[in-house]
Design a protein around this ligand. Structure first.
Ligand code: AMP
Length: 175
């Protein structure tokens, strides 16, 4: 247990019955919590060359933007369908609570550039896998995937064995 975990709130049955929703708003409104979370993410990837940080809509944007700013690189959003205005690539995936797809601008990444993918939470891994496919379709390279929270019991990491995955807070079991 690290102290970031004490700033996360679990909301039962949101957005639907059976989901234990991890609410990060209580962490990001805490000045030390937000600073600590970003600092720990930076530390985890301090040894990597990162040309660009990808944020997954919407809570991934929060951490991806600050990391990109801190490293002096660009931030690229991966968004839900119909939100990005220019030409996009799209990937579908299964979510812990439903089916969805994600899009990236077709010209968002330089071929061979090294990108860090950032989201608030790793559950089954479907969201990040779809994002990895988008990155690789644009011929860029995944330097790693960084999460604030990982739900270990959903074993999303098992689908990501070829990639470096770092999560700051772990939940071994539901609840
Ligand atoms: P997955 O594709 O199953 O790894 O789900 C990860 C995505 O769904 C992330 O973008 C999370 O924000 C969101 N998500 C899934 N499960 C939860 C949960 N229990 N609490 C909060 N967000 C979740």
């Amino acid at each position: 247990m690290n102290d970031l975990k004490s700033l996360i709130r679990t909301i039962p049955d949101f957005p639907k019955k059976g989901i234990q929703f991890k609410d990060i708003t209580t962490l990001i409104k805490d000045p030390q919590g937000l600073r600590q979370a970003v600092a720990q993410m930076q530390e985890r990837f301090a040894d990597e060359t990162i040309d660009c940080v990808i944020g997954i809509e919407s809570r991934g944007f929060i951490f991806a933007s600050i990391l990109a700013y801190e490293w002096g690189v660009g931030m690229v959003p991966v968004r839900k369908p119909g939100k990005l205005p220019a030409k996009t690539l799209s990937e579908s995936f299964t979510l812990e609570y439903g089916m969805d797809s994600l899009e990236i601008h077709s010209d968002a990444l330089e071929p061979n550039s090294r990108v860090l993918i950032v989201d608030d939470l790793l559950a089954t891994g479907g969201t990040v896998l779809a994002t990895i496919r988008l990155v690789e379709r644009l011929q860029a390279r995944v330097a790693g995937c960084c999460f604030l929270i990982e739900l270990d019991f959903l074993k999303g990491r098992n689908h990501l064995v070829d990639y470096r995955v770092e999560s700051l807070i772990h939940y071994a079991a539901e609840a």
